[in-house]
Design a protein. Structure first.
Length: 495
């Protein structure tokens, strides 16, 4: 009999029946295993018979997958019986199912049945890979697979975590409950080259702008975390560039540019001339008067400013040009005496150059001519001329050379402007009252000449010779002697 069932025993051979389990009918429906005895009585005669009812125990069971993969199938295998009947149709022990659900098999053996159930769940596996998609040169990247129980990477590892050391496409096969799923992740090589552009020098009291490139984030050793770093002092600046987890560093050294503008050259200029100013200290130059060269030739007095620029730094310098006005002049004699000299004195400068050689302000010349002096002062020159004429003086004396006893003689000097007689007079005319040699010194334009005149004493003795008487109606001859000319009181003149 089947567990939980019954068995029907039917006795025969008699008129009445008596079972040891109680019933008194030919048919005895028993509900448990055991030995059942029936006593059959017929016409007073008895006979007994036995029947042993055993318990048939059927335990249906299903083995096999409890899950199935999407798009796959699961094999269920029933056991415990002789015949099988599945709720989805098959009548074999093996049932290949193609969808999730609860599958029931009814197992029949010796007229007994048992059922078993198995629930097939759909195992949905989605393999995925998380982690870095880029890796740094010389570094590695960590890929982490999920979605399964076991993992198999195309690069070899069989763990969820795969530490890769080179770029490429990495595939993982995830297996869970017999189901598989694959995922791919491509790791690219991130090459970061940090660089810094911008100024390499800075001006005293200024700043310099450094601009980093090559990354996503920036970290400077001076503090800023932006690509642009405005620095205010010289030094070496380092930036660490980070991109996709990779880093690269670059350095830039800022030097301090010290510019000192200066101007050399003339501080004065000559009237009608120019002055050369030379700036130094830079690379480029800009003058307030217009030129953009180091050398500035200016043509007028004033204050000149140059702006010197070098490596973006500037410095200014000034120079004041004054106008030097030189007027050369010559003072002194304009004439020279024969055999004498003349002193010319130049003024107006620092140095002097005469056309006849001297380089002093004073020039003592010994001959007539035109004398030119070039006066130089602060690089400026001026010329002046003076003409020396030769003053020729010839002193002479005219007048008497003799004088009469008790008389005088008039001497007249000529040839000059002033006169000096050895006898005292200072006029041209000298009335002398005695014989002698008279000298006059004639002075004209500083020149002198002398002349002499000798006055002799003329002694005259007049005498008359001849008749001392005469006849009436006649004449007498008187002869005078002792002179050159004669004047008679009678008015007669010698015949």
């Amino acid at each position: 009999m089947c567990t939980g069932g019954n068995a029907t025993l039917t006795a025969s051979g008699g008129g009445t029946y008596a079972w040891n389990s109680g019933p008194t009918t030919a048919v005895n429906i028993v509900t448990g295993p055991g030995t059942y005895t029936v006593t059959v009585t017929n016409n007073g005669c008895t006979s007994t018979a036995q029947s042993t009812v055993t318990l048939t125990t059927i335990t249906a069971s299903i083995s096999g997958a409890t899950t199935m993969c999407t798009g796959g199938n699961a094999t269920l295998t029933a056991s415990g019986g002789g015949t099988y009947a599945w709720n989805n149709g098959p009548t074999t022990a093996v049932n290949v199912v193609t969808g999730p659900g609860t599958y029931t098999v009814t197992v029949t053996n010796n007229g007994c049945t048992s059922t078993a159930q198995s629930t097939i769940t759909l195992t949905t596996i989605t393999a995925s890979i998380s982690g870095a998609t880029t890796m740094c040169t010389g570094g590695n990247a960590t890929l982490t697979a999920s979605g399964g129980g076991t993992y198999a990477w195309n690069s070899g590892p069989t763990t969820a975590v795969n530490l890769v050391t080179g770029p490429g496409t990495y595939t993982v096969t995830v297996t869970n409950n017999g189901c598989t799923s694959t995922a791919q992740s491509t790791v690219t090589l991130t090459t970061i080259t940090a660089s810094i552009s911008g100024a390499t020098t800075m001006c005293t009291g200024g700043n310099a702008t450094l601009t980093a490139s090559g990354g996503g984030t920036y970290a400077w050793n001076s503090g800023p975390t932006t690509a642009v770093n405005v620095v205010t002092g010289p030094g070496t600046y380092t930036v660490t560039v980070t991109n996709n987890g990779c880093t690269s560093t670059a350095q830039s050294t800022i030097t301090l540019t010290t510019i000192t503008a200066s101007i050399s050259g003339a501080t004065t200029m000559c009237t009608g001339g120019n002055a050369t100013l030379t700036a130094s200290g830079g690379g480029t130059y800009a003058w307030n008067s217009g030129p953009t060269t180091a050398v500035n030739v200016v043509t007028g007095p004033g204050t000149y400013t140059v702006t010197v620029t070098n490596n973006g730094c500037t410095s200014t310098a000034q120079s004041t040009i004054t106008l030097t006005t030189i007027t050369a002049s010559i003072s002194g004699a304009t004439t020279i005496c024969t055999g004498g000299n003349a002193t010319l004195t130049a003024s107006g400068g620092g140095t002097y150059a005469w056309n006849n050689g001297p380089t002093t302000a004073v020039n003592v010349v010994t001959g007539p001519g035109t004398y030119t002096v070039t006066v130089t002062n602060n690089g400026c020159t001026s010329t002046a001329q003076s003409t020396i004429t030769l003053t020729t003086i010839t002193a002479s004396i005219s007048g008497a050379t003799t004088m009469c006893t008790g008389g005088n003689a008039t001497l007249t000097a000529s040839g000059g402007g002033t006169y000096a007689w050895n006898g005292g007079p200072t006029t041209a005319v000298n009335v002398v009252t005695g014989p002698g040699t008279y000298t006059v010194t004639v002075t004209n334009n500083g020149c002198t000449s002398t002349a002499q005149s000798t006055i002799t004493l003329t002694t005259i003795t007049a005498s008359i010779s001849g008749a001392t008487t005469m006849c009436t109606g006649g004449n007498a001859t008187l002869t005078a002697s002792g002179g050159g000319t004669y004047a008679w009181n009678s008015g007669l003149r010698p015949q």
